[in-house]
Ligand binder design. Structure first.
Ligand code: SF4
Length: 740
């Protein structure tokens, strides 16, 4: 372990002109964006009006002031009064308008009449008819369940609810999932099992109030730069502990980096729990009053001694004890995790091992504490409650008859149309294509052919479908290349609705720009298709996003996420976003609110549960011909997911690179005869790719790191899934590295 901000800056040989993956640079980008050309607008353009709205990239949920001239959005600045970002934005936020003007925007519906043929334009009326006729034909031949959808955490809550309701209650589709399965399904299941509901308990103010901040598998500094700024505003001189196999930008800035071996995390946290329990460093009063199963958990972790765990995790046993002591000494300890935990083969139990630490030390429900999952996409949290996939609308249970009855009544749909079980997960839908059970697929605002694990198989299976519809802002995505029908969608800022951010804050998206050509808001596309399908009557009241918001409020009533107390969009706007819950009559005096301050959880007896299992080894480990472990993750603060939007900004292009590269440890590079910028081949059992070498001690010997953003990355990844959440593990593939 290293301590007290011991920096190890990446090699000077890192790629191009500016390195947005340098933590210090990202801070400068946030604090002085003008220096880097971010958000620039020619002097002569003087805006005449300003509208604020939530950013459309990540789950932080910053508010941006969009400046307009003669009705056109010309520039933006971060909103200084919004409680989330307090006047700051990361590079993506500053460049949020740039992707709207890209030349490859989908502007008209397009049809591909032959598999390898060109896409040809057509009118919306024809496109809607083709969509319905062909989906119905697939269902007539193979059954209603043979059509599925794959959606996203990028569209507004009202849109994803419309999609989920229309597909399931209107089209009779049983299986639909979102790309949110790839980033935060683990957190959903962990919270549901441990707390009784999917309820991230925190508010961002907790970053500022902690005296010990434990970041697990989270490169906050570049993945959530504004949250990192909130950490930097902490006046308590906090201990910042980063638990991560890589020396990430955040690890370089931390007071203590614990570079455990990849996927040794579950044993690591059981070991920490064991030290805390055996030293008596637990909060007995809290445990007894507010939890169940602690004694069984204490017995379970007894064999995880510091020596055994340290050996397994590749760290020093004394350092390990010191770490437990640091947690014990903290008065307000907050635990945060993200993809390093969520994308693992035993991710749910790992997240729950973190939750257990917070519970046993009484670090929950108070300022500066919490077991806090940070999610990814701007509206992943909306999807968790209202996509109608894993949960019935409003966090309800498809299998629970009173829940089905309640939702049927609110929606005005016959209860028999509501499935009695949740959808298949993403991987099951993909498997369903292979087995011939899924024949028609509707992909909305996600890029399966790029981001799904073991990509070559996913692409091959997309071509096996009878009918593939892609609904997206761009006709050029890797998935659209496989589509039979492309439906052009408006982007962020070209439509309205709400997003819910990581701290449960509902914020507004507004229409400040006109979508190009005939592109329509996803909301309008769903209305059009529902009408054409013959289910227009079911959605007659779904006349506008705000009308749907009011329906969703009713779905939330009585649930932990109850938002009946919100008086419409205007109140959300005036309040600076509103965190759920806000029940009818509840006052809105606190702008930042956390859960569980009364120690009451959402289980039947209102107690949280200690959950645990025996760890298992990952399905693929480095050996023989594939001796290196491949880690994937966020490349820089200037890149977003599959680059469909961020690659459209020339400024973001200067701050990062779209040329694939791999980080290799200097000792490995020397042994393999690889110098910086050499072309190398990475090969796994699933395929091979070529990249440039970045020689840097950011990875330890025996490991390599490739950003997830490149279209080739997932050719290599090994498809393994957490058994509870079915989230893919993107962080344990084995590869061979060869200099070309
Ligand atoms: Fe947008 Fe996230 Fe950047 Fe904030 S941190 S500006 S929400 S991308």
């Amino acid at each position: 372990m290293s301590s007290r901000r011991q920096k190890l800056l990446p090699s000077k040989n890192l790629l191009p002109p500016l390195r947005a993956w340098d933590g210090e640079l990202t801070q400068r980008l946030v604090q002085a964006p003008g220096e880097f050309g971010l958000g620039r607008v020619p002097e002569k353009v003087k805006p005449d009006s300003t509208t604020s709205m939530i950013c459309g990239f990540c789950s932080t949920g910053c508010s941006l002031n969009i400046h307009r001239k003669e009705g056109e959005a010309v520039n933006l600045t971060p909103d200084p009064d919004y409680p989330v970002n307090i006047g700051m934005a990361c590079p993506k936020g500053w460049e949020a308008l740039a992707p709207l003007d890209a030349p490859d925007r989908a502007t008209v519906p397009m049809i591909r009449e032959e598999r390898a043929g060109e896409l040809k334009p057509l009118q919306w009326t024809e496109a809607a008819k083709i969509f319905c006729d062909r989906m119905k034909a697939v269902q007539a031949e193979h059954g209603k369940e043979s059509v599925a959808f794959l959606s996203t955490g990028q569209i507004c809550t009202e849109e994803m609810a419309f999609l989920g309701a229309f597909a399931k209650f209107g089209m009779g589709v049983k299986h639909g999932d979102g790309n949110t399965r790839q980033c935060m399904a683990t957190s959903v299941v962990s919270y549901k099992q441990s707390f009784g509901f999917d309820a991230p308990p925190y508010t961002y103010k907790d970053f500022e109030d902690s005296d010990v901040i434990v970041l697990v598998g989270s490169n906050l500094c570049i993945a959530h730069p504004i949250m990192w700024q909130r950490v930097l505003r902490n006046k308590n001189n906090p201990e910042i502990i980063v638990i991560d196999p890589r020396r990430t930008e955040t690890a370089m800035e931390a007071t203590r980096h614990v570079p455990i071996l990849p996927k040794s995390d579950l044993r690591f946290f059981y070991g920490l729990a064991n030290v805390l329990i055996s030293e008596g460093w637990v909060d007995r009063e809290f445990i007894e009053a507010h939890t169940n199963e602690f004694e069984a958990f204490a017995t379970h972790v007894r064999s995880y001694t510091p020596e055994r765990v340290a050996r397994h995790c590749g760290i020093d046993a004394d350092d390990f004890r010191q770490l437990a002591e640091l947690i014990h000494r903290g008065k307000r300890v907050s635990f945060w995790w993200t993809m390093g935990v969520n994308q693992g083969h035993e991710a749910v139990r790992t997240a729950q091992a973190i939750i257990n630490l917070a519970l046993m030390t009484g670090n929950i429900g108070r300022p500066g504490t919490g077991a806090n999952s940070i999610t990814g996409q701007c509206n992943a949290m909306g999807s968790r409650l209202f996509s109608n996939t894993t949960n019935l609308l409003g966090g309800h249970d498809f299998a629970h008859a009173p829940h089905r009855e309640k939702i049927a009544r609110i929606i005005g749909v016959d209860e028999s149309k509501i499935p009695q079980e949740p959808s298949w997960a993403y991987d099951q839908i993909i498997d369903g294509i292979e087995s011939g059970k899924i024949k028609g697929l509707w992909v909305i605002a996600t890029n399966t052919a790029h981001s799904w694990i073991n990509q070559s198989r996913a692409r091959r299976l997309l071509d096996k479908l009878d009918f593939l519809v892609v609904q997206d802002m761009y006709h050029s995505t890797e998935t659209a290349a496989h589509a039979d029908l492309v439906l052009p969608a408006a982007g962020w800022a070209e439509k309205e609705g709400t997003f819910i951010n990581s701290e449960r804050r509902i914020g507004l998206v507004k229409k400040v720009a006109k979508a190009p050509g005939q592109a329509l808001a996803d909301f309008q596309i769903f209305r059009l298709l529902a009408e054409q399908w013959g289910e227009g009557e079911m959605f007659r009241k779904w006349s506008s996003p705000e009308a749907v918001f009011r329906i969703l409020q009713k779905c939330s009533e009585g649930q932990p996420c109850d938002v009946m107390g919100i008086d419409g969009y205007r109140e959300i706007d005036e309040a600076g976003g509103i965190q759920w819950p806000l029940v009818r009559g509840e006052s809105l005096d606190a702008r930042e609110r956390r859960l569980f301050s009364d120690g009451r959880f959402y289980t039947k007896d209102e107690k949280a549960i200690f959950l645990y299992s025996d760890p298992v080894d990952p399905g693929e480990v480095p050996c023989g011909d594939f001796p290196y472990l491949l880690l994937t993750g966020r490349g820089s603060s200037a890149q977003w997911h599959t680059l469909t939007r961020t690659a459209k900004s020339s400024v973001l292009g200067l701050l990062s690179t779209n040329d694939p590269y791999v980080e290799i440890n200097p000792e490995d590079a020397e042994r393999l005869g690889i110098a910086a910028h050499d072309e190398v081949e990475l090969e796994s059992r699933r395929g091979a790719i070529r990249l440039r070498a970045v020689v840097a001690p950011t990875v330890v010997k025996g490991q390599v790191f490739v950003p997830m953003h490149f279209r080739c990355t997932n050719i290599l990844t090994f498809a393994e899934f957490d058994k509870y959440s079915r989230q893919p593990s993107y962080k344990n593939s084995s590869v061979k590295v060869t200099r070309l």
